[in-house]
Design a binder for this molecule. Structure first.
Ligand SMILES: [Zn+2]
Length: 297
C-alpha cells in the first residue's frame, strides 16, 4: 500500500503548476532598491549594493557584489553617471541579467557651472528628489522587470501605476508645505549639490560646498564665500546629509555663527530605525525639515 501511495503522492505534487519563485533583482543603491521593491512586489527579491546611509558616488564594489550580479535576472541602475563604478562591475561579473536604467528618457537637469567641479559629467543624477520625475522612473523599472519576467508584466505595470499615485500625493503635499515659506526665505545650505531637482520643482535655492558628486574637496575660497553668503543673507537653514561626514558642515556653521538644523536624506535611505526607511518617508522627512529650517531664515 505504502509503496503505491508514495509514487501517487509524488505524481500529484509534480502535477501542480510550478510555484513561481521571486526573480533575483539587483538595485545599485537604497532609494532605487525601495522603488524596485514597490514596483516588483512579491514577484522580485531585491538586493541593494549600496545600503542605507552610504554614499553611492564613491562606492567601491566588492567581489561579493560581482557574484550577486552574476546571479541576478535584472540589474537596475539610476544612470546619469551616479554609479560611476557600475559598468565595470557589470562587465567583470559576466552577468546575463537584463540591465535597466531607471532614468532612461527622463527630462534631466543640466549642471550649473557655478559650482565649478569638473566631476560627474554634465547632468544632475539626483532625479528622485522630484516626485513627478519618479513616475516615469518607476515605469522604466516596470518595463525592465516585465521584459525579464513577461508572465508578471501586468503586475509590474499595476504596481508602477499605484506608486505613481503616491508620487502625486507627495508632490501636492510638498507644494502646500513649501507654500508656507515666503520666496525670499527659500534658501538652504547642505553638503553637496543633491537637491537640484527639488529646488527646480519647488523654487528653492540650495548652496553647497561640494558639487553634484562627493568625491572632491571644496576650496577654502569656496567655503569662505559660502560663509559670507550665510552671514549676509542670514541663512539659518543649514543641514548635514546622511551620506556625508558632518564635520565640514559643522565647521562651516560654526564659522558662520549658525546652528545645524538637522539631517537631510540626500542619496540614501536611513536604516530601519531611522526616519527615512522608504521613499515616502525620506521625501516627507526632507520636506518637513526644510520647511521648518527655511522659516527660520
Ligand atoms: Zn549625490
Amino acid at each position: 500500500m505504502l509503496t503505491r501511495l508514495i509514487p501517487a503522492a509524488l505524481a500529484a505534487i509534480l502535477a501542480l503548476p510550478a510555484t513561481a519563485e521571486p526573480i533575483p533583482v539587483v538595485a545599485t543603491f537604497s532609494i532605487l532598491g525601495h522603488v524596485v521593491e514597490a514596483v516588483g512586489g512579491d514577484k522580485v527579491k531585491v538586493q541593494t549594493l549600496v545600503g542605507p546611509d552610504r554614499d553611492a558616488h564613491v562606492y567601491q564594489p566588492t567581489p561579493q557584489d560581482s557574484r550577486v550580479l552574476a546571479e541576478a535576472k535584472v540589474v537596475v541602475t539610476n544612470g546619469l553617471g551616479f554609479e560611476g563604478w557600475i559598468e565595470r562591475l557589470i562587465k567583470a561579473s559576466g552577468t546575463k541579467a537584463q540591465i535597466v536604467v531607471a532614468t532612461q528618457g527622463l527630462r534631466t537637469r543640466k549642471l550649473a557651472d557655478a559650482h565649478g567641479h569638473a566631476h560627474g559629467g554634465s547632468v544632475d543624477p539626483h532625479v528622485w528628489h522630484d516626485p513627478r520625475r519618479m513616475a516615469p522612473y518607476a515605469r522604466n523599472i516596470a518595463e525592465g522587470l516585465a521584459a525579464a519576467d513577461p508572465a508578471n508584466a501586468e503586475a509590474y505595470r499595476i504596481n508602477a501605476t499605484s506608486f505613481a499615485g503616491l508620487l502625486g500625493t507627495l508632490d501636492s503635499w510638498a507644494e502646500s508645505r513649501f507654500a508656507e515659506v515666503p520666496q525670499a526665505k527659500r534658501k538652504v545650505i547642505t553638503t553637496h549639490d543633491a537637491f537640484g531637482y527639488l529646488s527646480e520643482r519647488y523654487r528653492l535655492t540650495f548652496r553647497a560646498p561640494k558639487g553634484i558628486t562627493t568625491d572632491s574637496e571644496p576650496s577654502a575660497k569656496g567655503i569662505a564665500r559660502l560663509i559670507d553668503q550665510i552671514r549676509a543673507e542670514k541663512i539659518k537653514a543649514v543641514f548635514v546629509e546622511n551620506i556625508s561626514d558632518r564635520r565640514q558642515i559643522d565647521q562651516l556653521a560654526k564659522e558662520a555663527g549658525v546652528t545645524v538644523g538637522g539631517r537631510l536624506y540626500s542619496d540614501a535611505l536611513s536604516g530601519t530605525d531611522g526616519p527615512a526607511r522608504t521613499y515616502e518617508a525620506l521625501f516627507r522627512h526632507n520636506v518637513s525639515l526644510l520647511t521648518s529650517g527655511m522659516l527660520q531664515n
